[in-house]
Design a protein around this ligand. Sequence first.
Ligand SMILES: [Zn+2]
Length: 216
Amino acid sequence: MRLMAVMAHPDDAEIWCGGTLTLHAEKGDTVRICSLSYTEDSNRGREAREGAKRMRCEVELLGLKDTFIRDNEEAVKQLKKSMDSFQPDIIITHWFDDIHPDHEATFRVLRRALVCGFLGKSIDELKTTPRIFCCDTYGSIGIHGTFKPDQLVDVKNVWGKKKSAIQAHESQPLSFYLDMIERQCIAHGRATGTGFAEGFLYVPLFGRVNNSVNLG
Ligand SMILES: [Zn+2]
């Protein structure tokens, strides 16, 4: 399986889905993190490479500007090129209701890039379109309400690795992020009875309501 995390910023994958990415990488899936913002040679890019290494993932950075990610032609073209080269089966991205404008825009850029990919394709070819899952956000609070995942992935066994990958982002407010994500993963974990879980919401893009793919 090929799994891609399409995120706004270099540390988002670690925070919101790092345990799930690590589990997939460890079982032999190919996992790529695509950060829409920053470049490989920036400090944030260096931190992204270290975080990805700790999760055994590939990483690429598309160089858009932090806090100014927009659903525009440049962003869509860059993301489409990245998806075309990687050919993911599953994509994890930000929640469409995310309160952070860059996160919300990332979902819209991805949705548009997928639609662009539909042009000229047959119905049979469209069956290979990747499945989309949204991840959690700050405090699980969206613009219109609380994030309500429909898939929970038990990340107890890779919790240390997730934490270590977050800590690779030394320039960021680490204690704030670690406290926040621990609280949220414990809250999701109550539903699984495991202690720590990451929550995801399947997005039935283009009528694909029968979700047979399980992230866990
Ligand atoms: Zn972010």
